[in-house]
Design a protein around this ligand. Sequence first.
Ligand code: ADE
Ligand code: ZN
Length: 263
Amino acid sequence: WGKDGHYAICKISLEYLSEDALFAVKQLLPDSAEGDLAAVCSWPDEVRHNRHYRWSSALHYVDTPDFKCNYQYCNCLGLFIGDCHDSSGHKHRCVTGAIYNYTMQLKSARGDASSELKLQPLHVGFTGDLGGNSITVRWYRRKTNLHHVWDDMIIESALKTFYGSDLSIMIQAIQSNITDIWSNDISFWEHCAHNYTACPDRYASESISLACKFAYKNATPGSTLEDEYFLSRLPIVEKRLAQGGVRLAAILNRIFTSNKASI
Ligand code: ADE
Ligand code: ZN
């Protein structure tokens, strides 16, 4: 996601945080955030190209071999043939590995910086096109690439077309959908098997499946994407932002909510 996507996800998550988790998150925020979680939600993106944080760049995504529409963390039977590695082949250096790692750090130390949930479908893309970054397309009249369409342009066009260029109105609309048409899905979105705190492998499997079905579909190099693509993909983007918010809150709640046992 771009700045707006991350901001929306964090705003949505605030609605679902427990009192304990909200308190813990506020304690961890830098003073510059002035108590607003959403103010820091793009931080990993902002520093990603800074030379001191270049190591973190691979932790923003995970790609699968070209045209493989499913994802696997690893096949750990002695052989590592999983998808979670960086471009030099270092194991566990990908977005799902990073979410496992930072979740564990928060649980044990309850005091390190939180990682960001990357549920934008093309953050689980194909290796050969760098998650759509090297697929040049036109978004209406503008020349751009498919990855950027999914990080920013769909949200940007939706803001202009439907929400009076006001991000808070778009966020409200998504929040209404969560309590309305998606209300029965919330517990399914939140749930992780085996009592896991976070289940990034599940998020990544959903993402690559959506990437194949909606992002890559009809978006070949040189194509022009306009109304038909925009209007059919926007519901996917809005649902992914909703899931991101609900899941971020669920994970933080599992990390920080203390069991106040009654005596
Ligand atoms: N660089 C390589 N693959 C990428 C992806 N899927 N998303 C963002 N940046 C990438
Ligand atoms: Zn991106």
